[in-house]
Design a protein around this ligand. Structure first.
Ligand SMILES: [Zn+2]
Ligand SMILES: [Zn+2]
Length: 182
């Protein structure tokens, strides 16, 4: 996830490059992100490189309903501006100004060898995109509130407050109500 942008920096305003991340993986804060994929579009501005990316990834998280390990799909759209440390290549635009204030975020720097390292910024963005309440599947039945079994695995016979049966009988009652003359 490191791109050499020397060619882009020594080019002209509006130059662009298309890259791709294919099946990469990353370890961020003890969390493994796998199957990282997506297109990267780089555009040169007068003094920066703008990165547009649409990235998908996969990670493991605990399902918020059944508490089993769940495979979670993540998607992030990144739109970030990267600042080159090597101002020589962009001299014609920089002049003699200094731009130390641009370099506050080390994740958004193009180093002196003209490498744009997306690893840190993308890792942070993917971690932030993990849902707060992940699900192993949309229709996860969760744990039984009475006997605590995983209801995806075991059909315990505890009366579920919101079971299908409950709704069916309610529907019947409503149907009857609609049919009966007022
Ligand atoms: Zn679940
Ligand atoms: Zn139960």
């Amino acid at each position: 996830m490191i791109f050499n942008v020397a060619g882009l920096l020594s080019g002209t305003l509006g130059d662009s490059r298309q890259h791709k991340i294919e099946n990469e993986q990353l370890m961020v804060e003890d969390r493994l992100l796998t199957h990282i994929n997506g297109p990267i579009h780089l555009i040169r501005t007068d003094r920066t490189v703008i990165l547009d990316a649409d990235i998908t990834a996969v990670t493991q998280a605990i399902c918020s309903r059944c508490l089993e390990v769940a495979t979670v799909n993540i998607n992030v759209q990144m739109n970030e501006e990267f600042y080159p440390l090597n101002i020589d290549l962009m001299d014609q635009f920089y002049g003699i100004e200094t731009h130390d204030n641009f370099y506050d975020d080390p994740a958004l720097i193009i180093d002196k060898q003209n490498f744009l390292d997306l690893t840190k910024g993308l890792g942070q963005a993917l971690i932030a995109a993990i849902p707060i309440a992940p699900l192993c599947k949309d229709e996860c039945l969760g744990l039984c509130a009475i006997c605590a079994v995983n209801r995806n695995l075991i059909d315990c016979s505890c009366p579920q407050i919101r079971s299908d049966l409950h709704w069916k009988s309610l529907d019947k009652l409503l149907d009857k109500g609609a049919e009966s003359p007022s």
